[in-house]
Design a protein. Structure first.
Length: 130
């Protein structure tokens, strides 16, 4: 699952995933992304923090209020943030904080780290990456 207000970013992530045989759901608005997270289970959620109206922090806070635990969330940001800014969201599932822009090597590392069964992708499964 990729959540980012920048359509070019989500299209690039979706294209990368398609080339890897991974189905990628995208959302370009924070509330839409939260709805998708609540609706389905995703292997990885790539989450932009700086979105207008409903930010990545809003999504993380809502998941926390709902008692959601142990997701796999990779945060993307162009902001200068520190790991301590996300300490309250570790239980929700924030695993990494990456500075934008990210490249193919970084995406390959995310896939290798969090999507270990890629060769066993079943078309009926939804595997997601942001």
């Amino acid at each position: 699952m990729a959540i980012d207000d920048n359509v070019e970013t989500t299209e690039a992530l979706r294209d990368y995933c398609n080339m890897q045989g991974i189905i990628c759901t995208v959302a370009n608005e924070g509330q839409q992304g939260l709805f998708e997270i609540q609706k389905r289970e995703y292997d990885v959620i790539i989450l932009d923090i700086a979105m207008p109206e409903y930010t990545g922090f809003d999504i993380l806070s809502q998941l926390q209020r709902q008692g959601v635990r142990h997701k796999t969330i990779v945060v993307l940001t162009a902001w200068h943030v520190k790991e301590e800014d996300f300490k309250d969201y570790k239980d929700v599932g924030v695993k990494e904080i990456l500075k934008k822009p990210i490249g193919v090597d970084c995406l390959n590392n995310i896939v290798k780290t969090y999507l270990t069964n890629i060769s066993q992708v079943n078309p009926s499964d939804i595997l997601s990456v942001h």
